[in-house]
Design a protein around this ligand. Structure first.
Ligand code: C5P
Length: 232
């Protein structure tokens, strides 16, 4: 799989999601299905979007005991998603169990990406709530290395961290980066943002783009602009 633009389909119903995807009559975008849509509609929404020819990143961020994660990943693997994720905070053993569960009988499996520390967690809450004393960027890199050791394919990170992750974990270790905005667009609630062109320059492998596409007047045009800036 090469570089791609993943659209975050942060809708709360199947109806809204399919109405949005109906607009894409040419190139079928890679889409991210998160907890909101998955919990609202269940596995059938994944099957339906897959049957329409889209690649799917199922963003459910699993974090539980290794055995539960292994068995849950086996279920997600049967849904034939292309990418899914978990929390690296679940330990190397949990991530290894996830890989085992995700791997199909023929040896194939969806890409597995780790969340290191959520961007909503800052150093202060990490120290005060979680009692993690190290600087947050060291924690993020350590969790990325743990993900690599466990055999995962990459991490979700800010585009600003993508270069550093590649430096520590190798160019083949994937960086999936949200927080993307057009130079002339609204930043919204994202704090550290980059344009698709900058994300390309810095070496992001996949950009995850929500509102700049979903809330655009012409979502197809906004998607094509992203593709042009990031891939072409
Ligand atoms: O609308 P927007 O482009 O900000 O959407 C970004 C998507 O990426 C959302 O689905 C959001 O939950 C997700 N995400 C993020 N920051 C992270 C991890 C995931 O924005 N650190």
């Amino acid at each position: 799989m090469g570089k791609d633009v993943i659209i975050a389909c942060d809708f709360d119903s199947k109806q809204k999601t399919l109405a949005f995807l109906d607009k894409f009559t040419g190139r079928k975008p890679f889409v991210k299905i998160g907890m909101e849509l998955f919990y609202a509609e269940g596995p059938s929404i994944v099957k339906e979007i897959k049957a329409r020819g889209h690649k799917i990143f199922l963003d459910l961020k699993l974090h539980d005991i290794p055995n539960t994660v292994k068995k849950s990943m086996a279920v997600l693997s049967r849904l034939d998603v292309d990418m899914t994720n978990l929390h690296a905070g679940g330990t190397v053993r949990m991530m290894q169990a996830a890989i085992e569960g995700l791997t199909r009988e023929d040896g194939s499996r969806p890409l597995l990406i780790a969340v290191t520390q959520l961007t909503s967690t800052d150093e202060e809450s990490m120290r005060n709530d979680l009692w993690i004393e190290k600087p947050i960027d060291e924690v993020v890199m350590h969790y990325a290395e743990n993900a690599k050791i466990a055999g995962l394919d990459g991490v979700v990170c800010s585009p600003l961290e993508a270069g550093k992750v590649h430096g520590r974990c190798g160019d083949g270790f994937l960086t999936v980066t949200p927080g993307v905005r057009f130079a002339d667009g609204d930043v919204g609630d994202q704090k550290r943002v980059m344009t698709p062109a900058e994300a390309k320059r810095i070496g992001s492998d996949y950009i995850v783009v929500g509102r700049p596409i979903t809330a655009a007047e012409d979502p197809v045009l906004a998607y094509e602009r992203c593709v042009k800036e990031f891939i072409d």
